[in-house]
Design a protein around this ligand. Structure first.
Ligand code: ARG
Length: 453
């Protein structure tokens, strides 16, 4: 297409090295969509005659059919999706030679990629919403189940399992907001930026922007062809989401171990061992956790590609899509499989509760009870701490102590205290906004559902 300037054809090895069909052919339909808008604008502004524009448009529609039916086989000789489409169009309709008027592949690729990413992200957004729904329905299923809450991987305080699920609702809800931010970041139309400086021809950028469903044309042509911020925004969204996924998976893998036994994973989502007949392994969770590194790696890959690139377009930017696709596929698959798996997770109520009785996870409850009786918190903390130490030495649990033993260690104690000494009471009494109290969790479920309805 640029033969004018050259005396010799491109070397075969260079053709193969520079082509990008393996990464950009998947955007063929979006590329045609962009070209149709462009040519309609050329006709509307009088840069092309209206009838020429219409002929080119119907040629593009024929190419679109061929693409959809898988009949158009792209050629490496034509480097990328854009040139293949244009070449096929020109075979069908010689006026196709006018399509690339007032356009460069630099603004074209930026437009096509945004259109394609927009489609994929809209699907992703629907799937993410399904994942959010699972957290609210799991919270409903498990609101009355009590599990130990951990800090430093040490038993801290009892919590409602419903509260635990809702904590993930919040994290993935923020991911949803970040996803919406990405959709907004890409919601500007690059067409008309040209190679870098716009065009001498009287194009109408508002028109192409509107035809393609963008909010507005991009404001600066140099910025448009040089920057890929909307992609880094996507990678940031994807990386944070995968970090959430991997931490969630890690909890479930731990709780599925024999030592914990808090949860039961669905058979259909586990695998066995080729050697050990007893095994039921949480491979799906491990793989989801394992894929997180690739998604973060793709983010870093793009950041490094961009770092120090001179303004404006450089061919390095062609490498921007490889990691993007990989990461999109991973995130899509992980969200779908996690939604299915989570909706089938069961909690073993007895086991998750039994661990708590052995520990001293009600120690804070006692200290706070004493605070209500006027004991300064630091003093209460010290007294209960000493009591825990004494219990450990004497191999006793709080529930084994008689009232006289209590009074001996903590004179401010009274009978009322014995009533609060159960994990269920402990959860129930944490009735503060955002806390784990059953009443609060119920309100939080209601509120969470209303946010995604
Ligand atoms: N395939 C190229 C890409 O994805 C299209 C732009 C080529 N532009 C150029 N000036 N060589 O970046």
């Amino acid at each position: 297409m640029w033969h004018g300037r050259f005396k010799k054809d491109m070397a075969e090895i260079v053709k193969n090295f520079t082509q990008s069909l393996d990464i950009d052919w998947r955007m063929a339909e979006c590329d045609i969509q962009g070209s149709i808008a462009h040519v309609m604008m050329l006709g509307h502004t009088g840069i092309l005659k209206p009838e020429e524009a219409l002929k080119i448009k119907s040629g593009l529609q024929k190419v679109l059919e061929e693409v959809k039916e898988g009949k158009l086989i792209p050629s490496e000789n034509l480097e990328d999706v854009h040139m293949n489409i244009e070449a096929r169009l020109t075979e069908i309709e010689p006026l196709g030679a006018k399509l690339h008027t007032a356009r460069s592949r630099n603004d074209q690729v930026a437009t096509t990629t945004r259109l394609y990413l927009r489609e994929r992200l809209k699907d992703l957004s629907k799937n993410l919403k399904e994942l959010l729904k699972v957290f609210t329905s799991n919270a409903e299923r498990h609101i009355n189940i009590i599990i130990p809450g951990y800090t430093h991987m040490q038993q801290a305080q009892p919590i409602s399992m419903g509260h635990y699920w809702l904590s993930w609702f919040e994290a993935f809800y923020r991911d949803m907001k970040r996803l919406n931010f990405v959709l907004e970041a890409l919601n500007e139309c690059p067409l008309g930026a040209g190679a870098l400086a716009g065009s001498t021809l009287p194009i109408d950028r508002e028109m192409t922007s509107e035809l393609l469903g963008f909010r507005t044309p991009t404001r600066n042509s140099l910025d448009t062809v040089a920057q890929r911020d909307y992609m880094t925004d996507y990678h940031y969204f994807a990386s944070v989401l995968m970090i959430h996924i991997s931490r969630l998976c890690n909890d479930l893998i731990t709780w599925n171990s024999q030592e914990f036994g808090f949860i039961v994973l669905p058979d259909e989502f586990c695998t066995g061992s080729s050697m050990m007949p007893q095994k039921k392994n949480p491979d799906v969770l491990e793989l989801a956790r394992g894929k997180t590194g690739q998604v973060i790696g793709n983010f870093i890959d793009l950041l490094i590609t961009l770092k120090g690139l001179p303004m404006t377009y450089n061919r390095d930017l062609q490498e921007d899509k490889r990691g993007l696709w990989a990461s999109l596929n991973t995130v899509e698959n992980v969200i779908k499989i996690m939604t299915e798996l989570l909706s089938r997770v069961e909690v073993d109520e007895k086991i998750s509760l039994s661990g708590l009785n052995k520990g001293y996870s009600l120690a804070t409850d006692i200290a706070e009870y004493l605070v209500m009786k006027g004991v300064p918190f630091r003093e209460a903390h010290m007294k209960v701490g000493k009591l825990v130490g004494w219990c450990i030495e004497n191999k006793l649990e709080f529930k084994d102590l008689t009232i006289s033993q209590w009074l001996e260690k903590i004179p401010e104690a009274d009978e009322g205290m014995l009533k609060i000494l159960s994990p269920r009471e402990s959860v129930r009494r944490r009735n503060v906004y955002g806390g784990t109290g059953f009443e609060q969790v119920e309100k939080q479920i209601y509120e969470a559902k209303s946010r995604i309805s």
